[in-house]
Design a binder for this molecule. Structure first.
Ligand code: AMP
Length: 418
């Protein structure tokens, strides 16, 4: 039988998984430094959860199935709707603001290619409760600081869904059409967009991209449109917070996130030269989603990193990830020493990575193995040494050996390995 993994999924060998774990933990540290706490939601949910408001683009790509009791379920395509569901089911009595983050696999039935998978990981955060410019700014800063901590070079683009939606409301465009317009802008489908709306103000607005000069241009374009102008002023307040922190960004009023629930500030982060799938982060404010599930009018803002794309970016930009190597390989010189050896190394495992030979190999084979796995030291346990309560430590870097009292072993290793 020759069964292969499903299309769009991947196996992760130890070295790759170790790198992923390292990056995950570095990112988690940044999230936790902002006092965000990790949560976990199920990998499958009622399909309806995402059909309500995640948007056509997501719905089209969902893995939907019926369980044995004919429930319509789906593998989660994203986590924000799940977090809002969890909030209304479990967390509504907790004092706001809630600062949450998550890490886990998402599933979308898309055409697989580099940077686009059917099973992929996201790490993201949701800030539930506040509706202030500083909460939008904190969200963006958390994404910005995370990538800076990893040493990545990236570009940040910021827009605001309230501007384009406000403009369409000011122009009395129906909400159904509005969603279609947003989807076209998100996909960059200009000809379809022209068929939907022919008002030149919309077309001028979504082309606005750049730095401070965009602000003056947008102010001029939006002068007569009250709702859109209010949204734009909101965005300017967020930018003030970011400017104060020296955050580098580009304004892009043509950002229209595919997810339908965004209502305010939105942002995307790209990695230059990563190819077609260069967007590694998307997020923004969604003030109506929690109300949809809980009836409570609670605003929120958040983002998700495409974790696999971050890993691709790390590789592309040549960022080194420290490797986890065994500190010690334990090598009994003969059969009689094997159980003594295990007793000696056992307490060391509280502090060090210690590999014990479980193949009953000869010393030269164990030394070769230690070299192959790039272990730092080999602990040789022989009967003569043992009589004097000592062992031999071999440095695999230079081949030098020293004798050490068993009682001094832990201290010596701490000096050498930590
Ligand atoms: P979204 O939930 O669509 O806003 O996506 C957030 C981030 O997840 C994107 O910026 C991508 O980096 C990543 N992402 C989305 N879809 C995929 C996919 N099929 N494979 C890998 N990463 C993805």
């Amino acid at each position: 039988m020759n069964i292969k993994k499903p299309r769009g999924t991947r196996d992760f060998p130890p070295s790759e998984l170790a790198a992923r774990e390292y990056i995950k933990s570095t990112l988690s540290q940044v999230f936790e430094a902002y006092n965000y706490q990790r949560i976990q939601t199920p990998t499958f949910e009622h399909a309806e959860l995402f059909q309500l408001k995640s948007g056509e683009e997501i719905e089209e790509h969902m893995y939907v199935f019926e369980d044995k009791s004919s429930r319509k379920l789906c593998l989660r395509p994203e986590a924000t709707a799940s977090v809002c569901r969890m909030f209304s089911e479990e967390l509504r009595s907790i004092r706001l603001p809630l600062k949450l983050y998550y890490y886990g696999p998402m599933f979308r039935y898309e055409r697989p290619q580099k940077g686009r998978y059917r099973e992929f990981w996201q790490i993201g955060m949701e800030l539930i409760g506040p509706q202030s410019p500083e909460s939008d700014a904190e969200t963006i800063l958390l994404a910005y600081d995370s990538l800076t901590k990893l040493g990545l070079t990236f570009t940040l683009e910021i827009g605001h869904m309230g501007i384009i939606r406000g403009l369409m409301s000011d122009l009395k465009i129906d909400e159904n059409i509005q969603n279609k317009v947003i989807a076209c802008i998100d996909k960059g489908d200009i000809s379809q967009l022209e068929q939907l709306v022919d008002n030149p103000v919309i077309h001028d607005l979504i082309k606005l991209k750049g730095s401070v000069n965009v602000i003056t241009q947008a102010d001029n374009i939006l002068n007569e449109y009250k709702t859109a102008k209010t949204a734009f002023n909101e965005l300017k307040e967020v930018l003030e917070w970011l400017d104060n922190m020296g955050t580098e960004y580009c304004l892009n009023l043509g950002i229209a996130r595919g997810l339908e629930y965004y209502t305010g500030t939105v942002f995307e982060i790209q990695i230059p030269k990563l190819g077609a799938q260069s967007q590694i982060c998307g997020g923004g404010r969604y003030d109506n989603l929690i109300e949809l599930f809980s009836g409570l009018k609670i605003p929120a803002v958040g983002f998700a990193f495409g974790f696999d794309r971050i890993m691709n970016a790390i590789k592309l930009q040549g960022i080194k990830i420290p490797e986890k190597r065994a500190d010690l390989v334990a090598a009994p010189v003969n059969n009689a020493m094997r159980q003594h050896t295990l007793k000696i190394i056992s307490p060391l495992r509280d502090t060090f990575i210690v590999d014990f030979d479980v193949m009953n190999r000869k010393l030269d084979k164990i030394l070769k193995y230690a070299g192959d796995i790039q272990a730092k030291y080999v602990l040789i346990v022989g009967p003569e040494d043992l009589k004097d309560n000592q062992v031999t430590l071999r440095n695999m870097g230079d081949g030098k050996q020293e004798k050490i009292k068993i009682t001094d072993l832990e201290n010596r290793l701490t000096k050498l390995c930590r």
